[in-house]
Design a protein around this ligand. Structure first.
Ligand code: FE2
Length: 185
């Protein structure tokens, strides 16, 4: 699926701009991870972009989360591997391959990186692994970020934490301008 079409589907199905920005941040991280693993960048990016597509309609209780999105994506003819990846970020049994495992870690780290970028004057530009690691240790910082899903990355997809953070920062930087995470805003 063409990115412009994918993005318009995101805008159509979400209610909040923050949701779209979150989707794009995970898209960037997934693209960089695919590059690192020599996997299909566009497929991984699309999984990141769509992973929380139904977030604004499935609400706080999470009932039907990812399943609603999966229905929409199948309707739109999206690749079944992407649909599986979207289901995987919410439900463990779908974590059957590298991409569907990676999206769990990408989702968590993107939340951390965006929060860390927002407290820097340079935003995502020049962001360092060492400072992100510090933020990761500060439990009061971005408390909604699932730390276990960040720390579990080596066990999950075989990438050491430091390298994962470095690749993820690069991924966020790929989309930083688009989501207002450059100094220009
Ligand atoms: Fe998410």
């Amino acid at each position: 699926m063409d990115r412009e079409i994918a993005l318009s589907l995101c805008r159509e199905k979400t209610l909040k701009d923050t949701t779209v920005r979150h989707l794009i941040s995970v898209e960037g991280v997934m693209r960089a991870l695919a590059r690192r693993f020599g996997e299909d960048e566009d497929l991984w990016a699309l999984t990141g972009l769509f992973h929380d597509l139904d977030q604004d309609v499935t609400g706080e209780d999470g009932v039907g989360h990812a399943e609603v999105a999966a229905g929409w994506l199948r309707e739109a003819g999206v690749d079944e591997r992407v649909v599986n990846g979207v289901l995987a970020h919410a439900y463990e049994p779908y974590r059957t391959d590298l991409m569907s495992k990676a999206v769990v870690h990408a989702d968590a780290v993107a939340g951390l990186l965006v929060a860390a970028a927002l407290v820097r004057p340079e935003r995502a530009v020049g962001m360092k692994v060492s400072s992100v690691k510090k933020k990761l240790k500060e439990k009061a910082f971005a408390p909604g970020v699932n730390r276990d899903e960040v720390y579990g990355v080596e066990e999950g997809i075989g990438l050491p934490l430091e390298e994962f953070l470095a690749v993820s920062i690069e991924g966020l930087q790929l989309v930083a301008r688009e989501i207002g995470l450059t100094p220009e805003g």
